[in-house]
Design a protein around this ligand. Structure first.
Ligand code: ACO
Length: 427
């Protein structure tokens, strides 16, 4: 028998169907609520609101579980590579060896970016933040690829996926090259995707360059850990923008902007800046803990807390181990890491943090690894965007394939009641 929920408003009862997901999460379908009762629900920040049904990612914040298409993040990070995880997220299954090879080859067909894009980059000041430039360049790709993708045409959709994976990586690295005043590099189709990232970023025309495999492997893992996280702020933005049938590049550009904020992906840059500040001020982690707890102080411990994870962030656990390994292998001795460990230990035994279930999130350790790998601080959030790209694509694709309606929340108006216009000389 199907389950229902009963809601009583001013003595009148309404029944709503309950649906249950694969992992027993329960939702009450209130899509008829307003028609039946005239009322809407109010849920600022969408803490209790499901916006879609999705087959892509499962996460259980209470238990610290994260699965992509049914595979645990621990297993994918240990055994998979970024392109095969991207394929899994976007197309639903792990690729066979030949599907994976074709995917890589097909992405390579679209790694050249129109040379005119360079004129657009030249219009930005060198001091522009790479995330702002990336959002603009992603949007600009629409101008060079104006044909809207038909989500019902499998071939067209596949090409759009490969194009996005290819071009986004290149323009993401160009945002850094621009800040450095270096010539913009081209993708090298003889190398792998993550190795190309390193080349695009760091290769100079004056000398040969070979990416350190320890670094490319660590980055590959980091990209996997960031690849999707169900209906977070940037992904919901991508789905929302795409629900108006805006194109893939336009939707992803909006996702980049959403990710940039310090409460979301921008936290990885904010974490490192915070750790540097603590270090510069004598390394007193306890003093900053007190600041974070002081309600009259706007300071928050960046990299702590998560909207959904109220136990621990499984990605943070994996990254913490990877950070120790990578820093050990590269022989990096970083005082910043010691401060991070001190902060973590203090927070994990502090009543304020424990009672509010505030644990280190994915961004707490990712910045430390990026720094050890030689990635500049203001590129950290761009790194997140490169990792999150397949998730955004998968979610946009699913939303269009499911023919979801345009996203359009309601509101409760709290402004002035109707009043008469007053002529300017009488105000
Ligand atoms: N430092 C100090 N106090 C905190 C922190 C923090 N980092 N995070 C939450 N709190 C406190 C709040 O002040 C609040 O306290 P109160 O109940 O006494 O008022 C309580 O914990 C609950 O916090 P909310 O802001 O209501 O929690 P929410 O789920 O809305 O926010 C968020 C989650 C935005 C991630 C928050 O924890 C935060 O700002 N963290 C720091 C930024 C950060 O690391 N963001 C990255 C998130 S991961 C990602 O996007 C990839």
């Amino acid at each position: 028998m199907s389950k229902t929920a009963t809601l009583e408003i001013e003595g009148k009862k309404y029944e709503f169907p309950i649906s249950v997901g694969t992992e027993n999460e329960m939702s009450i379908d209130i899509s008829k609520l307003r028609d039946l009762s005239g009322a809407i629900t109010m849920d600022q920040g969408y803490k209790n609101t499901g916006a879609c049904k999705s087959e892509i990612t499962f996460l259980d914040g209470e238990e610290g579980i994260l699965h992509y298409r049914g595979y645990s993040i621990e297993e994918l990070a240990a055994k998979g590579n970024f392109l095969e995880v991207s394929y899994l997220l976007i197309f639903g299954e792990l690729p066979t060896a030949s599907q994976l090879q074709s995917f890589e080859t097909d992405i390579r067909k679209y790694t050249l970016v129109n040379e005119e894009m360079k004129n657009i980059i030249d219009g930005f000041p060198k001091t522009a933040h790479p995330m702002g430039v990336l959002a603009s360049l992603t949007s600009a790709l629409t101008a060079f690829n104006p044909k809207a993708v038909d989500p019902n045409n499998k071939e067209e959709l596949y090409t759009a996926v490969c194009k996005t994976m290819g071009k986004f990586l290149v323009i993401a690295t160009w945002t850094y090259r621009k800040t450095m005043g270096y010539p913009l590099n081209y993708y090298d189709n003889t190398l792998g995707y993550v190795e190309n990232f390193m080349n695009l970023m760091f290769k100079l025309p004056t000398e040969p360059y070979k990416a350190n495999p320890v670094i490319t492997q660590a980055l590959d893992k980091l990209f996997i850990l960031h690849a999707d996280h169900e209906q977070n702020c940037s992904t919901s933005t991508v789905r929302m923008v795409g629900s108006s049938h805006a194109g893939l590049f336009a939707s992803i550009s909006a996702g980049v902007s959403a990710l940039w904020g310090p409460l979301h992906g921008g936290a990885n840059q904010a974490v490192l800046e915070m750790l540097e500040e603590i270090n510069a001020n004598g390394g007193d982690a306890a003093k900053y803990m007190d600041k974070a707890k002081d309600k009259n102080d706007p300071f928050r411990l960046m990299g702590f807390g998560h909207r959904v994870y109220k136990n621990f962030d499984p990605r943070a656990k994996i990254i913490k181990v990877a950070a120790d390994e990578v820093l050990g292998t590269l022989g990096v001795n970083d005082p910043i890491l010691d401060i991070a460990k001190k902060l973590e230990a203090l927070a994990l035994s502090d009543e304020y943090f424990v009672s509010r279930k505030l644990y280190p999130n994915v961004d707490f350790y990712s910045g430390i690894i990026y720094r050890a790998l030689g990635i500049p601080t203001d590129m950290f959030t761009v790194m997140f965007a490169i990792g999150r790209l397949p998730g955004w694509i998968a979610q946009w694709k699913e939303m269009r394939e499911n023919k979801e309606p345009i996203g359009r929340p309601r509101q409760i108006y709290t402004g002035s009641p109707l009043r008469s216009f007053v002529e300017v000389d009488k105000r």
